[in-house]
Design a binder for this molecule. Structure first.
Ligand code: AKG
Ligand code: FE2
Length: 312
């Protein structure tokens, strides 16, 4: 099956079947008329104080000109109550991320469905002068072994993540619109993405970018003098990608800080590499100790390889 398509499909939110087909074929699409422009403006104003208060990044995850609003669900009532629970998003995460399996309890067969949950929701504000991010798959954090599906076609259920990104401003190739390689969700883990394979997902406020966790993409470079590129991202994963017992709610900060470092680690108060379990861009232990991170946040894991650096 020839699946590579260079153009990003733009599909109205009313046509759910076509959106699903585009995601299967390309790993992504732009949903048009996803939301009202007024709703976007409301979310923009709710996150602005947090973007203003954010610090430059020191490391490879983001260029230093970006600002972020983490904990979007907690900080923007509008993003949480309008977008995070949007029935179209729920329908798409049910299709691509929910997991159903059957098991026997004795001779009785039980079937369970684990519903997708929001893994992270964050606004990204790319400032003038920022270089592009490196092309990456968001599901790297979940250690997915991607098999090459370019000849078989996409198997629904083979991704464990999907993302939705709503632009807060008109995004353009100049101001850092998201770039992506349609069809790269089908690639095996050993294929490296190249910048010349990527296309630009320019969007208007009211659109929404949707992609699978296995799609190569990146925040673009902002070559404007003064435009800031704001996008609000919501990332979903399997509902069981968390610990069975929730120690974070069962124990106080003082309890946890009195434990041995080995006990803190085995209970999940350090990060799973890369990136899983952070809070306010710190490890849970830094957060509980109210340490702060000084002038800048940094990568949780230093880059393991330093390939050619034409993209950041
Ligand atoms: O800002 C963007 O367009 C994408 C950001 C992104 O891909 C990320 O931080 O993982
Ligand atoms: Fe990403």
């Amino acid at each position: 099956m020839a699946v590579k398509q260079s153009l990003i499909q733009r599909i109205d939110r009313a046509d759910k079947a076509a959106i699903i087909q585009a995601i299967i074929a390309d790993g992504c699409c732009i949903i048009q008329n996803f939301t009202e422009v007024e709703t976007v403006k409301q979310v923009n104003s709710e996150v602005q104080p947090y973007l203003d208060a954010d610090k430059p990044w020191k490391g490879d995850l983001f260029p230093p000109e970006t600002r972020r609003c983490a904990n979007l669900a907690g900080r923007s009532q509008t993003a949480r109550e309008r977008w995070l629970i949007d029935p179209l998003i729920r329908s798409l995460t049910a299709h691509f991320v929910d997991k159903t399996t059957s098991n026997f309890y004795g001779e009785t067969k039980h079937t369970y469905t684990s519903e997708a949950i929001c893994s992270i929701a964050m606004s990204f504000d790319i400032g003038p002068g920022a270089k592009a991010q490196r092309l990456h798959r968001d599901d790297k954090n979940f250690h997915v072994d991607h098999e090459d599906q370019s000849t078989t076609g996409y198997r629904v259920g083979s991704d464990v993540m999907m993302a939705f990104m709503v632009p807060g401003v008109k995004t353009t190739v100049e101001n850092g619109a998201t770039i992506a390689i349609p069809g790269s969700h089908l690639w095996g883990s050993d294929r490296a993405p190249r910048m010349d394979e990527a296309v630009v997902a320019e969007m208007d406020p009211s659109d929404c970018w949707v992609m699978l966790g296995g799609l190569y993409h990146a925040g673009g470079a902002n070559v404007t003098q003064s435009e800031r590129r704001v996008v609000h991202g919501m990332f979903f994963t399997r509902g069981f990608y968390r610990q069975e017992e929730n120690a974070y709610l069962a124990n106080t900060a003082d309890d946890v800080l009195s434990w041995s470092p080995a006990a803190q680690r085995v209970m999940g108060y350090e990060l799973s590499s890369p990136n899983i379990g952070f809070v306010g861009f710190q490890t849970p232990l830094q957060y509980l100790r109210v340490e702060g991170v000084g002038d800048a946040f940094g990568d949780f894991d230093p880059s393991q390889e330093q390939p050619n650096r034409e993209t950041h």
